[in-house]
Design a binder for this molecule. Structure first.
Ligand code: COA
Length: 401
């Protein structure tokens, strides 16, 4: 079998990340690896060894994830890869097993990831927990249903200014929205504020919007210049736009939509309840395409379920199947926001991954019943579970890690 353990030094770290790195063009540079280690420490990068050679790697960023009504420590699973010479021999399974035990020991109740393919992670107890969509707003169809009176002042800022101005706005949004990860100063720097060399031709721009003299919204975008038949056909690719209030969010979106020369504004990773759907007069022109976004794994079930807020109702008894984290397997009673083991008869039976899908509120138990994912053992239990778990707004994970 393969020996799986955390990386001991930067050399092992580079080789472990190289397992996925080889699938990218170009493979990660030394400089990239050094920067990456600021957010993914060596001890959070596992390597799979065979006869001393590293044949696979799996990492986990330590951050917090917003959950309904709160925020919990979360393992942000990343950089998972196995050498093509060793595929389908159980390397991934060994790494997932070791990683989940490590996450549990560290006291992180949940793990989350973006999957390269939807078929990989269900077997390890992950479930689709947030939706992510792409859309493109054509300039000729970008009017709001109710015209927005121009308000506030937008101005470009340097990355240094953005470092001070953007995080509080992001945090204000994160307080309300499940599915958003906390961002350390290193994360902001490495992921969002640094101007990468490969973007030199179309650098990202940072805009802050002040309302009543206060910075209340920001946008990060790139423009891709083009003229077609004598007319401007450029595209604006919006990396991120957030407003601390609905007014601020609408104003920053209006700002972005009004940039001249753009034939379209493109957004990615947006949730199905993004404000643009109702701000725009003609939302169907955006050609929204939805797919799975964040996947969640409940690693410590009572801590995870006990760490979010619920609607009215209860108690609810869940019979949870978990073949990997066997400490979760069995019957759990949820009442008053607390989750405890019980011998009582169960109301619902489901896999831990299915419960992960319902956890942030993206998927209802009624939907899970339609998809044959949950067994209703007592009449009315699905409706009772939905009354407890339903949450607005929907989860939104605005970046792939
Ligand atoms: C995906 C990848 C990590 C799988 O590694 P692996 O060592 O071949 O996987 P394992 O042999 O441990 O397989 C474990 C199980 O997952 C299944 N599986 C593995 N990769 C799969 C895939 N891409 N699609 C569907 N099932 C997959 C295996 O069939 C096996 O199923 P079983 O337990 O029912 O027998 C590897 O193929 C890889 O590095 N791919 C390219 C990079 C990538 O996609 N990484 C994931 C980033 S999110």
């Amino acid at each position: 079998m393969f020996d799986v353990r955390a990386c001991a030094d930067q050399d092992e770290y580079g080789r472990a990340i190289g397992a996925i790195g080889q699938y990218f063009n170009p493979p990660p540079s030394e400089e990239f690896l050094e920067r990456f280690a600021h957010t993914l420490p060596h001890e959070r990068m596992h390597a799979a060894f065979e006869d001393g050679a590293i044949v696979g790697g799996a990492g986990a960023f330590p951050f917090e994830l917003s959950v309904p009504g709160g925020s919990l420590p979360c393992a942000g699973v990343t950089a998972v890869g196995v050498h093509p010479t060793h595929r389908r021999r159980g390397v991934l399974r060994s790494m997932m097993d070791t990683q989940l035990r490590d996450v549990h020991e560290r006291g992180e109740p949940i793990a989350a990831l973006w999957a390269s393919e939807e078929t990989i992670y269900g077997r390890f107890g992950y479930g689709i927990a947030a939706w992510a969509g792409e859309l493109s707003v054509p300039h000729e169809w970008d009017a709001f249903a109710a015209p927005l009176e121009a308000a506030g002042t937008a101005r470009f800022v340097t990355p240094e200014e953005a470092r001070e101005l953007f995080p509080p706005i992001y945090e204000a949004v994160r307080k309300r929205r499940p599915g958003m990860m906390s961002r350390s100063a290193e994360w902001w720097e490495g992921r969002h504020l640094r101007l990468p060399e490969e973007e030199t031709a179309a650098p990202r721009r940072f805009v802050v919007l002040e309302l009543d003299g206060e910075p209340q919204a920001y946008a990060v975008y790139r423009t891709h210049f083009a003229f077609d038949g004598g007319s401007a056909s450029s595209r604006l690719s919006l990396r991120e736009a957030f407003g601390a209030t609905p007014q601020a969010m609408a104003a920053i979106l209006r700002f972005v939509l009004d940039v001249d020369w753009m034939a379209a504004v493109e957004l990615a990773l947006v949730p199905p309840d993004h404000p643009l759907f109702l701000l725009l007069a003609t939302p169907r022109r955006m050609r929204y395409r939805m797919a799975d976004g964040l996947w969640v794994r409940l690693v410590d079930l009572p801590a995870a379920l006990g760490g979010r807020t619920y609607g009215e109702g209860g108690p609810l008894v869940l019979e949870v199947r978990d073949a990997i984290c066997d400490w979760n397997d069995g019957r759990w009673r949820l009442e008053g926001g607390a989750c405890e083991r019980t011998d009582a008869d169960a109301d619902l039976a489901l896999d831990v991954g299915t419960l992960g899908s319902a956890y942030l509120g993206a998927v209802s138990f009624a939907q899970l019943r339609e998809a044959l994912r949950v067994e209703e053992l007592r009449e009315g239990a699905i409706e009772r579970a939905d009354a407890l778990f339903a949450w607005h707004p929907l989860p939104w994970c605005p970046e792939i890690f």
